[in-house]
Design a protein around this ligand. Structure first.
Ligand SMILES: [Mn+2]
Length: 267
Protein backbone atom coordinates (compact mmCIF):
# COMPACT_ATOMS: atom_id res chain seq x y z
CA UNK A 1 0.00 0.00 0.00
CA UNK A 2 1.20 3.48 -0.88
CA UNK A 3 0.31 6.81 0.64
CA UNK A 4 -2.84 8.31 -0.85
CA UNK A 5 -2.22 9.91 -4.24
CA UNK A 6 1.43 8.79 -4.62
CA UNK A 7 2.73 8.67 -8.20
CA UNK A 8 5.31 6.41 -9.84
CA UNK A 9 7.99 9.11 -9.79
CA UNK A 10 8.76 12.40 -8.09
CA UNK A 11 11.47 14.45 -6.42
CA UNK A 12 9.44 14.30 -3.22
CA UNK A 13 9.81 10.78 -1.81
CA UNK A 14 7.81 9.31 1.06
CA UNK A 15 9.43 6.36 2.81
CA UNK A 16 8.79 4.39 5.98
CA UNK A 17 11.49 3.93 8.61
CA UNK A 18 9.98 1.27 10.90
CA UNK A 19 12.70 1.44 13.55
CA UNK A 20 11.68 1.39 17.23
CA UNK A 21 14.33 -0.55 19.10
CA UNK A 22 15.24 2.32 21.49
CA UNK A 23 11.71 3.37 22.49
CA UNK A 24 12.15 3.62 26.23
CA UNK A 25 8.62 2.98 27.51
CA UNK A 26 6.35 1.27 24.99
CA UNK A 27 7.26 0.08 21.51
CA UNK A 28 5.09 -0.21 18.45
CA UNK A 29 6.18 2.78 16.36
CA UNK A 30 7.56 0.29 13.84
CA UNK A 31 3.95 -0.12 12.70
CA UNK A 32 3.58 3.65 12.23
CA UNK A 33 4.32 3.78 8.48
CA UNK A 34 1.73 1.08 7.79
CA UNK A 35 -0.86 2.80 10.00
CA UNK A 36 -0.31 6.24 8.47
CA UNK A 37 -0.59 4.86 4.93
CA UNK A 38 -3.71 2.86 5.85
CA UNK A 39 -5.48 5.88 7.31
CA UNK A 40 -4.43 8.05 4.37
CA UNK A 41 -6.87 5.94 2.32
CA UNK A 42 -9.70 7.44 4.37
CA UNK A 43 -8.72 11.02 3.45
CA UNK A 44 -9.74 12.99 0.39
CA UNK A 45 -6.88 14.05 -1.87
CA UNK A 46 -8.28 17.58 -1.79
CA UNK A 47 -7.53 19.91 1.10
CA UNK A 48 -10.35 22.44 1.50
CA UNK A 49 -8.18 24.73 3.63
CA UNK A 50 -5.28 24.84 1.19
CA UNK A 51 -7.52 24.54 -1.90
CA UNK A 52 -5.04 22.11 -3.38
CA UNK A 53 -5.11 18.40 -4.18
CA UNK A 54 -2.59 15.58 -3.96
CA UNK A 55 -3.75 14.76 -7.50
CA UNK A 56 -1.67 17.63 -8.82
CA UNK A 57 1.39 16.98 -6.66
CA UNK A 58 4.20 14.92 -8.13
CA UNK A 59 5.43 12.69 -5.28
CA UNK A 60 6.27 9.03 -4.86
CA UNK A 61 6.14 6.48 -2.06
CA UNK A 62 9.19 4.22 -1.92
CA UNK A 63 7.80 1.85 0.71
CA UNK A 64 9.55 0.85 3.93
CA UNK A 65 13.25 0.43 4.60
CA UNK A 66 14.41 -2.86 6.02
CA UNK A 67 16.39 -1.78 9.04
CA UNK A 68 18.80 -3.54 11.42
CA UNK A 69 17.77 -3.62 15.09
CA UNK A 70 21.03 -2.12 16.35
CA UNK A 71 20.42 1.66 16.60
CA UNK A 72 23.72 2.89 15.09
CA UNK A 73 23.33 0.49 12.16
CA UNK A 74 19.70 1.45 11.55
CA UNK A 75 20.74 5.10 11.52
CA UNK A 76 23.56 4.43 9.04
CA UNK A 77 21.10 2.70 6.69
CA UNK A 78 18.67 5.61 6.81
CA UNK A 79 21.50 8.09 6.19
CA UNK A 80 22.73 6.21 3.12
CA UNK A 81 19.19 5.96 1.78
CA UNK A 82 18.38 9.65 2.22
CA UNK A 83 21.59 10.64 0.45
CA UNK A 84 20.05 9.11 -2.68
CA UNK A 85 16.75 11.02 -2.61
CA UNK A 86 15.90 14.65 -3.22
CA UNK A 87 13.15 15.66 -0.82
CA UNK A 88 12.60 13.10 1.97
CA UNK A 89 9.24 12.68 3.70
CA UNK A 90 9.74 10.06 6.39
CA UNK A 91 7.13 8.07 8.27
CA UNK A 92 8.43 6.80 11.62
CA UNK A 93 9.30 4.78 13.44
CA UNK A 94 10.73 6.31 16.56
CA UNK A 95 12.17 9.80 16.63
CA UNK A 96 15.82 8.76 16.29
CA UNK A 97 15.24 8.36 12.54
CA UNK A 98 15.31 12.17 12.24
CA UNK A 99 19.05 12.41 12.96
CA UNK A 100 20.36 10.58 9.85
CA UNK A 101 17.88 12.46 7.64
CA UNK A 102 19.02 15.85 8.93
CA UNK A 103 22.65 14.72 8.68
CA UNK A 104 22.22 13.94 4.97
CA UNK A 105 20.37 17.21 4.35
CA UNK A 106 22.93 19.29 6.25
CA UNK A 107 25.59 18.13 3.80
CA UNK A 108 23.54 19.69 0.99
CA UNK A 109 22.46 22.85 2.79
CA UNK A 110 25.16 24.79 4.57
CA UNK A 111 22.60 26.45 6.80
CA UNK A 112 19.55 24.57 7.95
CA UNK A 113 16.75 25.26 10.42
CA UNK A 114 15.03 22.32 12.08
CA UNK A 115 11.48 22.93 13.34
CA UNK A 116 10.77 20.36 16.03
CA UNK A 117 7.29 19.60 17.41
CA UNK A 118 7.38 17.40 20.50
CA UNK A 119 6.30 16.99 24.11
CA UNK A 120 9.86 16.02 24.98
CA UNK A 121 13.10 17.97 24.67
CA UNK A 122 15.05 14.93 23.39
CA UNK A 123 18.30 16.63 24.42
CA UNK A 124 19.87 13.89 26.55
CA UNK A 125 23.51 13.10 25.91
CA UNK A 126 22.75 9.39 25.98
CA UNK A 127 19.97 7.20 27.28
CA UNK A 128 19.82 3.53 28.32
CA UNK A 129 23.28 2.95 26.94
CA UNK A 130 23.04 4.54 23.50
CA UNK A 131 23.59 8.06 22.14
CA UNK A 132 21.13 7.13 19.36
CA UNK A 133 18.11 6.73 21.64
CA UNK A 134 14.99 8.68 20.67
CA UNK A 135 15.52 10.60 23.91
CA UNK A 136 18.81 12.02 22.51
CA UNK A 137 17.82 12.76 18.94
CA UNK A 138 17.69 16.56 19.11
CA UNK A 139 21.06 16.64 20.91
CA UNK A 140 22.56 14.75 17.97
CA UNK A 141 20.76 17.01 15.48
CA UNK A 142 22.06 20.09 17.27
CA UNK A 143 25.62 18.78 16.98
CA UNK A 144 25.25 18.90 13.19
CA UNK A 145 25.31 22.71 13.44
CA UNK A 146 21.69 23.51 12.70
CA UNK A 147 19.38 26.08 14.22
CA UNK A 148 16.70 24.34 16.25
CA UNK A 149 13.20 25.69 16.87
CA UNK A 150 11.42 23.60 19.50
CA UNK A 151 7.63 23.85 19.71
CA UNK A 152 5.41 22.53 22.49
CA UNK A 153 8.08 20.92 24.68
CA UNK A 154 6.68 20.26 28.17
CA UNK A 155 8.89 17.46 29.48
CA UNK A 156 12.62 17.27 30.09
CA UNK A 157 15.27 16.83 32.74
CA UNK A 158 16.59 19.86 34.60
CA UNK A 159 19.72 19.62 32.47
CA UNK A 160 17.69 19.59 29.23
CA UNK A 161 15.81 22.74 30.28
CA UNK A 162 19.18 24.38 30.98
CA UNK A 163 20.31 23.50 27.46
CA UNK A 164 17.12 24.99 26.00
CA UNK A 165 17.72 28.19 27.99
CA UNK A 166 21.43 28.55 27.34
CA UNK A 167 22.12 27.17 23.86
CA UNK A 168 22.03 30.12 21.42
CA UNK A 169 21.07 27.79 18.56
CA UNK A 170 17.79 26.79 20.21
CA UNK A 171 14.59 28.85 20.07
CA UNK A 172 11.84 27.60 22.34
CA UNK A 173 8.20 28.26 21.53
CA UNK A 174 5.64 27.23 24.10
CA UNK A 175 2.81 27.65 21.60
CA UNK A 176 2.65 27.00 17.88
CA UNK A 177 0.82 30.26 17.20
CA UNK A 178 4.17 32.06 17.59
CA UNK A 179 5.74 30.05 14.76
CA UNK A 180 4.46 31.91 11.65
CA UNK A 181 5.97 35.21 12.81
CA UNK A 182 9.25 33.59 13.83
CA UNK A 183 9.64 31.87 10.47
CA UNK A 184 9.34 35.22 8.67
CA UNK A 185 12.88 35.91 9.82
CA UNK A 186 14.24 32.49 8.84
CA UNK A 187 16.09 32.74 5.53
CA UNK A 188 17.69 29.26 5.55
CA UNK A 189 16.10 26.05 4.22
CA UNK A 190 14.02 24.28 6.85
CA UNK A 191 13.26 20.71 7.88
CA UNK A 192 10.14 19.90 9.93
CA UNK A 193 9.96 16.99 12.38
CA UNK A 194 6.62 16.21 14.03
CA UNK A 195 6.64 13.83 17.00
CA UNK A 196 2.96 12.95 17.33
CA UNK A 197 3.23 13.25 21.14
CA UNK A 198 3.52 17.02 20.65
CA UNK A 199 -0.29 16.88 20.56
CA UNK A 200 -2.32 16.42 23.68
CA UNK A 201 -2.93 12.68 24.25
CA UNK A 202 -6.66 13.41 23.98
CA UNK A 203 -6.03 13.83 20.25
CA UNK A 204 -3.09 11.46 19.80
CA UNK A 205 -3.23 8.68 22.41
CA UNK A 206 -1.50 6.12 20.20
CA UNK A 207 2.11 6.84 21.03
CA UNK A 208 4.78 5.31 23.24
CA UNK A 209 5.30 8.15 25.71
CA UNK A 210 2.14 10.29 26.02
CA UNK A 211 2.42 13.57 27.93
CA UNK A 212 -0.61 15.63 28.89
CA UNK A 213 -1.29 19.36 28.37
CA UNK A 214 -0.31 19.56 24.72
CA UNK A 215 -1.90 21.58 21.93
CA UNK A 216 -4.67 20.43 19.63
CA UNK A 217 -4.69 19.59 15.91
CA UNK A 218 -6.84 22.72 15.33
CA UNK A 219 -4.13 24.95 16.83
CA UNK A 220 -1.41 23.14 14.87
CA UNK A 221 -3.10 23.35 11.47
CA UNK A 222 -4.17 26.98 12.01
CA UNK A 223 -0.50 27.90 12.47
CA UNK A 224 0.63 25.69 9.56
CA UNK A 225 -1.78 27.45 7.17
CA UNK A 226 -0.33 30.81 8.25
CA UNK A 227 3.33 29.87 7.72
CA UNK A 228 5.26 32.23 5.44
CA UNK A 229 6.81 30.80 2.26
CA UNK A 230 9.88 29.04 3.67
CA UNK A 231 12.00 26.71 1.58
CA UNK A 232 11.23 23.32 3.15
CA UNK A 233 13.62 20.50 2.21
CA UNK A 234 11.85 17.62 3.92
CA UNK A 235 9.78 16.55 6.91
CA UNK A 236 8.90 13.56 9.05
CA UNK A 237 6.04 12.36 11.26
CA UNK A 238 7.26 10.02 13.99
CA UNK A 239 6.22 8.03 17.08
CA UNK A 240 2.76 7.00 15.86
CA UNK A 241 2.23 3.63 17.57
CA UNK A 242 -0.75 1.71 16.14
CA UNK A 243 -0.82 -0.96 18.93
CA UNK A 244 -1.80 1.86 21.35
CA UNK A 245 -4.25 3.39 18.92
CA UNK A 246 -7.29 1.10 18.85
CA UNK A 247 -9.63 3.88 17.69
CA UNK A 248 -7.21 4.88 14.92
CA UNK A 249 -7.37 8.63 15.65
CA UNK A 250 -3.61 8.98 16.07
CA UNK A 251 -2.93 7.29 12.74
CA UNK A 252 -5.66 9.43 11.15
CA UNK A 253 -3.97 12.55 12.51
CA UNK A 254 -0.57 11.39 11.25
CA UNK A 255 -1.99 10.86 7.76
CA UNK A 256 -3.68 14.27 7.76
CA UNK A 257 -0.45 15.98 8.80
CA UNK A 258 1.37 14.32 5.91
CA UNK A 259 -1.26 15.42 3.38
CA UNK A 260 -1.46 18.98 4.66
CA UNK A 261 2.32 19.48 4.89
CA UNK A 262 2.86 18.01 1.41
CA UNK A 263 0.33 20.46 -0.03
CA UNK A 264 1.39 23.43 2.11
CA UNK A 265 5.11 23.12 1.34
CA UNK A 266 5.08 21.92 -2.25
CA UNK A 267 1.48 21.99 -3.59
MN1 LIG B 1 8.31 12.90 22.16
Amino acid sequence: MKFLGAKEKGEIAIFGAPHDSTTCFRGGARFGPYGIRLFSQNLEEYSPNLKKSLKELQFQDLGDLELPVEPSKAIEEIYKFVKGINIPVALGGEHSITYPIVKALKERHKELTVVHFDAHADLREEYLGTPYSHACVMKRVLELGVRLIQVGIRSGTEKEWEIIKENPNITYLKEVKELPDLLKEVKTPAYFTVDIDYFDPAFAPGTGTPEHCGESPVEFFKAVYKLPPVKVVGFDVVEVSPPYDPSGITQALGAKIVRELLLKFWG
